[in-house]
Design a protein around this ligand. Sequence first.
Ligand code: NAP
Ligand code: GCO
Length: 267
Amino acid sequence: MFTMNQFSLQGKIALITGASYGIGFAIASAYAKAGATIVFNDINQELVDKGLAAYREIGISAHGYVCDVTDESAVQAMVERIEQEVGVIDILVNNAGIIKRIPMLEMSAAQFRQVIDIDLNGPFIMAKAVLPAMIKQGHGKIINICSMMSELGRETVSAYAAAKGGLKMLTKNICSEYGKYNIQCNGIGPGYIATPQTAPLRERQADGTRHPFDQFIVSKTPAVRWGESDDLMGPAVFLASDASNFVNGHILYVDGGILAYIGKQPE
Ligand code: NAP
Ligand code: GCO
């Protein structure tokens, strides 16, 4: 029998990676509103402290940990600490990520590997660390933050597109391998969202006009605007809640319609 309680995260413990600010912070805030206990990590103590203060400012007493998602032993140790200090993780959001906008022929292999390491190896390492306890407790939710670039390419983002395309398939594989334990692994594919990561694409030009890419994205988006982190809150709560227990291996694009739209004929 359906009730709205199926959207509640009451009593759940959610770990959101890289969530001192940006999309991760918004998703964590929504989870807190839905009743979850919030745990997050970030790359250094300064960011974790900044995040803790920001959560406190909106009435959330979050648990913050310094951990690089690419460091497998550090991730294992962090998850063990969380299980001792907070409890077993019910919901993992693989949000931490970077992008390098460099033409492929100018990108070094080391730069390519760094993006793959954080955006694809990191989610693999994080999922491996939380899955055993999810299997033991008989339920779990893993949500991977994918991208438009899980489906489309564009100039200068070869490493990021390769990583996010891989993350889409890692999502489907975790679904395939662990669905039998009542674990659902889905992705969220944000469109173009106004966060620090996309700030360079929205910078005002010297003459005060909007960045050409800003104008391009708005013209490519049926919603005729950039997304805000808040646009991701509802979809993220849905995928973390019991309301999505039969949704598995799905990438939910929250993009204002970009992926559905070929674009307007030039005037
Ligand atoms: P953001 O503003 O750059 O925030 C990313 C967060 O992840 C930062 O706190 C960052 O810390 C942290 N991080 C980076 N490397 C890490 C590591 N190795 N271990 C732990 N934390 C790490 O990005 P965002 O715009 O909020 O995006 C969040 C996620 O959504 C990313 O996966 C991104 O690819 C994805 N996404 C973004 C958009 C968009 O339009 N903004 C659209 C689609 C998908 P630092 O500050 O030290 O880097
Ligand atoms: C870019 C942007 C995009 C967004 C996002 C789109 O340079 O094209 O940064 O990659 O971050 O991933 O979904």
